[in-house]
Design a protein around this ligand. Structure first.
Ligand code: MEV
Length: 326
């Protein structure tokens, strides 16, 4: 029986270690969070692509199939539209689709709404048209859309959305290793300031252009932190993980990607007894993370809130992309 409608969901992500250096080929550690983004697609019998994405700030967006990827694309639909265009180039179809997205998290937190939406959409498409994709093939299709849209990116966020769990990741999905770790107490604080990843990647590229040797040394130091963090996390040695976060944060500051707000929240967490804290993601705003004992968690939450941060209640190591209904 041919399917008419499929809904899939994918998790958001939090970078734990290795941001920025990963863009230049070294490993990072990322975890999938238990806030998900879902995409429902329905065959519509028309030569049209319709999109309703209220959480991405868009409604009643419509295009003919031949116009996909042409004319100016609103930022929020670029990933889906270009992914759909590429998909149709490989697997042409006679009719278009209606797409509805729904998010459990705000796109402003930096949890990776564009990666989660791309992965959930591609997975739903594969199910709708009964195409068997391996995780790696799904990654390749989505990664191409990221490169089409932003030109840069390591794809770590796509890997988190596809594989789920906590991953040791070497770009672009050259190595994806699920870490077997126990649950650990972490506090996630949002600065209230949204950040634009491509802008921060360009900032680091420009610093590297001016001070290549120094930036390469920073990347090597980050690479070594990621390896040590992997070992400490697998052993459940969270105090050492905290110390490595402090070290990683110092290097991110040298890359000039931290911000006044991030520094304020990190200081507050460390002052309240966290083992270590750092920014998570591109920097410039978005979120920080702090690792701590269960006993000190509520004190750290209060300290972050006191200096203006918003504490996010997220579970880590969530399941990767899945079909919700078909
Ligand atoms: C952004 O969340 C993390 C970066 O390393 C970019 C990337 O890996 O694509 C800055």
């Amino acid at each position: 029986m041919s399917l008419k409608s499929v809904m899939a969901s994918a998790p958001g992500k939090l970078m734990l270690f290795g941001e920025h250096a990963v863009v230049y080929g070294t490993a990072c550690i990322v975890t999938a969070v238990d806030q998900r983004l879902s995409v429902k697609i329905t065959k519509n019998g028309k030569d049209a692509f319709h999109l309703e994405a209220p959480d991405l700030g868009l409604s009643a967006y419509s295009k003919t199939i031949s116009d996909l990827g042409k004319k100016n694309l609103p930022k929020s639909v670029r990933f889906i539209e270009l992914l759909y265009k590429r998909f149709l180039e490989i697997y042409p179809q006679k009719e278009g689709i209606d797409v509805v997205t729904k998010s459990e998290f705000s796109s402003s937190f930096g949890f990776g709404s564009s990666s989660a939406v791309s992965v959930a959409f591609a997975y739903a498409l594969a199910r709708l048209y009964k195409i068997k994709f391996s995780k790696r093939e799904l990654f390749d299709l989505c990664y191409q859309a990221v490169i089409d849209v932003q030109g840069v990116g390591s794809g770590f966020d796509l890997a988190a959305a596809i594989w789920g769990g906590t991953l040791y990741y070497v770009p672009p999905a050259k190595r994806v290793e699920k870490l077997s770790i126990s649950r650990f107490p972490m506090v996630v604080g949002y600065t209230g300031v949204g950040a634009d990843t491509p802008t921060l990647i360009r900032l680091v590229a420009s610093l590297k252009g001016k001070k290549n040797k120094k930036v390469d040394e920073i990347f090597s130091a980050i690479e070594s932190i990621v390896e040590r963090a992997k070992g400490s996390m697998e052993l459940g040695d969270w105090e050492s993980v905290g110390l490595l976060m402090q070290e990683n944060q110092k290097l991110l500051k040298k890359l000039q990607v931290s911000s006044v707000e991030l520094d304020r929240l990190i200081r507050a967490a460390e002052g309240a007894g966290s083992w270590g804290a750092k920014l998570s993601g591109a920097g410039g705003g978005d979120c920080m993370i702090a690792v701590c004992s269960i006993g000190s968690k509520s004190k750290i939450i209060k300290a972050i809130e006191k200096v203006g941060g918003e504490v996010m209640d997220v579970g880590l190591g969530a399941e990767g992309v899945r079909i919700e209904s078909s």
